[in-house]
Ligand binder design. Structure first.
Ligand SMILES: [Zn+2]
Ligand SMILES: [Zn+2]
Length: 453
């Protein structure tokens, strides 16, 4: 198997807690080889969990030091800091990461990728960890809402987490990836579950979790990931089929597996899905009912905006995506004048049924009719701007996508890439035109020689 190009570990890293540490690429690779075997060697299964082995690499001689170069024990780090360092080890190929198997959230196409290689590390190396969303610290004081579960004789709907160091979490980090998870009081302590509703005793919490319904456990695991892994630890993979953005966990191997989620479109067109409550109030409309509601809304909105003759198409196929890879609720395409065959195309507003359906599934508060009306009105505004000759709304949407990219890549890194892009453009220009440069240089030399006589 050809090994992918390696990037070295960064010398210096800013961690979510604010600590700045230094890493040695050479020392980390030597230690990783001792623990995982030579790169590409397959690496036999270990009875010690993957996270604990990554920590072992960080604990190797000279691998991790503080900003002044003094040795730093990874066991004392807050867990989120350690997970950032684990992500960097995987992203630099210091520790192995097998490709994960995924399905595109928009079109359902399968793909495989090792996500850590796609991590944007600029904000960690440049100390740009101040984004209000991507770097927001987890709220350890709050009771976070979860689906109801029984705790003793009470029903609880909230969980509170405590901060954990690597050492405190070690019973969890050491668990091998395979095998069923046995929830014991010491595991509850390692997970840092401080309260389940009013229950604070580890034993009471462990008993409740052992019998928890799947959706409550899944919500707790999601919150666990939120508490221990900064939102920045994400790989953005763009689907080759439909262009959708799929956000993948980095690193791939984590101490608690997220509950397997239903594949997005598998069986989605069946009216009765197994396990779905039959005919819930407010269940999502089928395609015919949806289309009727879209047409009724369009009639109203076209009249109010004073527009006519915009084709309206309800698309039940794979939704188109914007330039940022987000599946669209709707889109507008201007008309085209008659071509050589005399065929003109009217302007069109297209509404994507499946995006509405997946938004409604993800958010119980999603108001289908309000969103239909807002989407049609939005596309009509694009139409009016187009007729007026310029579309500031479109410009703003593109600027918004670029701002979001920038927040993820980091400002300093984006500037470096822009400079490299400019330089490679210059190099390309020089390569394409070098004979002319040589002739000019020879000419200059000759001219100089002549002048020197
Ligand atoms: Zn796709
Ligand atoms: Zn728009």
């Amino acid at each position: 198997m050809p090994s992918p190009p390696q990037r070295p570990l960064p010398d210096q890293v800013h961690l979510p807690s604010g600590t700045v540490v230094r890493l040695s690429d050479a020392a980390a690779r030597a230690e990783a080889e001792a623990i995982f075997g030579a790169p590409g060697g397959g690496g036999e299964r270990s009875s010690v969990g993957r996270c604990a082995r990554d920590v072992q690499v960080l604990a190797g001689p000279s691998v991790l030091t503080d900003a002044r170069g003094a040795p730093l024990d990874p066991l004392g780090l807050p867990l989120a800091d350690a997970h950032v360092l684990r992500a960097l080890l995987a992203s630099a190929g210091v520790v192995p990461e097998e490709p994960g198997a995924y399905t595109c959230e928009n079109c359902g196409a399968p793909f495989e990728v090792a996500p850590s290689r796609l991590l944007e590390i600029g904000p960690f190396t440049d100390g740009e960890l101040d984004d209000p969303e991507l770097d927001r610290p987890f709220d350890f004081g709050a009771l976070h809402p979860i689906p109801a579960l029984r705790v003793g004789r009470a029903v609880c709907r909230g969980v509170r987490f405590a901060e954990r160091t690597v050492e405190e979490a070690m019973p969890l980090l050491r668990l091998p990836g395979e095998g069923a998870l046995r929830i014991t009081p010491s595991l509850v302590v390692a997970m840092g579950i401080a309260a389940l509703g009013r229950e604070r005793r580890a034993k009471g919490i462990a008993d409740a979790l052992a019998g928890a319904p799947d959706e409550a456990w899944a919500a707790i695991v999601d919150l666990y990931h939120e508490a221990r892994y900064p939102a920045r630890l994400v790989a953005v993979h763009r689907c080759q089929g439909c262009g959708a953005r799929n956000d993948l966990d980095v690193p791939l191997e984590r101490e608690l597996a997220r509950a397997p989620l239903r594949a997005p479109e598998a069986g989605a067109d069946d009216p009765e899905e197994p396990g779905a409550p039959a005919e819930r109030a407010g269940a999502f409309p089928d395609l015919d009912a949806f289309e009727a509601r879209v047409r009724a809304a369009a009639e109203r909105i076209y009249a109010a905006r004073g527009v006519r003759n915009i084709d309206l198409f309800i698309d039940a196929g794979v939704p188109a995506c914007d330039d940022g890879g987000e599946p669209l609720l709707g889109c507008y395409t201007p008309g085209t004048p008659a071509d050589e065959l005399g065929i003109a195309r009217p302007p069109e507003i297209r509404i994507f049924y499946r995006t509405f359906r997946s938004e409604a599934r993800a958010d119980p508060g999603f108001d289908v009719d309000a969103e239909i009306a807002e989407t049609i009105d939005h596309e009509v505004i694009h139409h009016l701007h187009h007729l007026a000759g310029s579309d500031p709304l479109d410009d703003e949407e593109h600027a918004q996508i670029e701002r979001e990219e920038l927040r993820r890549i980091g400002h300093a890194e984006a500037a470096r890439r822009a400079r490299r892009g400019a330089l490679s453009d210059l190099a390309g220009f020089a390569r394409a035109t070098w004979p002319a440069w040589v002739i000019a240089a020879v000419g200059t030399a000759l001219a100089w020689c002549e002048g020197g006589r």
